[in-house]
Design a protein around this ligand. Structure first.
Ligand SMILES: NC(=O)c1ccc[n+]([C@@H]2O[C@H](COP(=O)([O-])OP(=O)(O)OC[C@H]3O[C@@H](n4cnc5c(N)ncnc54)[C@H](O)[C@@H]3O)[C@@H](O)[C@H]2O)c1
Length: 253
């Protein structure tokens, strides 16, 4: 890299976002970490020699303020990792409407807005990488996850469209689609699924989460972080518009 690239990672205080920020920092990028969790986000930014930005990405104003702050501080943003997300498990008939709105805003509208706001700078530099932390649920559905599955399928569409528009400008746009990764989000899901299905935690892991997997184990966050760095490498310059699975064979079914 002639100039040090700046990478913005959302939801970077925990789980996959934190692992992506760690991997990007270890590979020489300047990292900007965004999250609502200030304590963990600030500690991680300090450890990684980056900066922390408090941002609630469920609002349009929060997305705009974040990109303005990053561009003010660094004058550029070369890599965007859209990662912040939550899960809510509930049958459609009981699905809280405000949860639907929140999930769509945070996990579909925010990636669109952040991409839109950072796009002109990437275009000007003729280089950009947008990496959407999608999910196997961007490719397949599961019951009781209506908002999550819908947001992730939408993210698949955004990834493809942005890839087509970015190609002529040196911008690649890809999704990473993991199955179950060992993070706090999944830990919460185990409890929620246990309650919804009326079974215990061990049964949720073996009978639901790993049932369709060829490799019977959870994915580690660092394994997703390594894939993020790969997509930013020179070897990945021709990879765009893809939904790259890291799913222990889950979608081979
Ligand atoms: N863990 C998995 O098995 C798995 C599998 C596939 C996809 N994913 C995706 O990976 C992404 C990260 O998930 P994770 O498992 O690391 O979860 P996590 O709960 O460990 O981390 C999510 C982060 O997002 C932040 N966040 C929540 N609401 C926010 C808001 N309004 N504004 C800004 N930040 C906010 C949280 O504070 C947290 O730090 C999500 O998009 C998720 O859908 C996770």
């Amino acid at each position: 890299m002639s100039e040090q690239h700046v990478a913005l990672v959302t939801g970077a205080a925990s789980g996959i976002g934190l692992a992506a920020a760690e991997a990007l920092a270890a590979s020489g990028r300047l990292v900007a970490l965004a999250d609502v969790n200030c304590e963990a986000g600030e500690a991680a930014a300090k450890r990684l020699g980056g900066s922390f930005f408090r941002a609630d990405l469920s609002t349009r104003a929060g997305c705009k303020a974040l990109t303005d702050s990053v561009l003010d501080k660094y004058g550029r943003c070369d890599i965007l990792v859209n990662n912040a997300g939550i899960q809510h498990v509930s049958p459609i008939e009981d699905f809280p409407e405000e949860k639907w709105d929140f999930i769509i805003s945070l996990m579909l509208t925010a990636p669109f807005l952040l991409t839109k706001y950072l796009w002109p700078g990437m275009k000007k530099n003729r280089w950009g990488r947008v990496i959407n932390i999608n999910s196997v649920h961007g490719l397949r559905a599961s019951e009781f996850k209506a908002a999550y599955v819908t947001a992730k399928h939408g993210l698949t569409g955004l990834t493809k469209t942005a890839a087509l528009e970015g190609g002529p400008h040196g911008i690649t746009v890809n999704s990473i689609c993991p199955a179950y990764v060992r993070t706090p989000l999944v830990d919460g899901q185990i409890d929620a699924q246990a309650e919804t299905h009326g079974i215990d935690r061990e049964e949720v892991i073996s009978d639901i989460m790993l049932k369709k997997a060829a490799i019977k184990r959870m994915i580690e966050p660092s394994e997703v972080g390594d894939l993020v760095v790969y997509l930013c490498s020179a070897s990945a310059v021709c990879i765009t518009g893809t939904m790259l699975t890291i799913d222990c064979g889950w979608t081979a079914n």
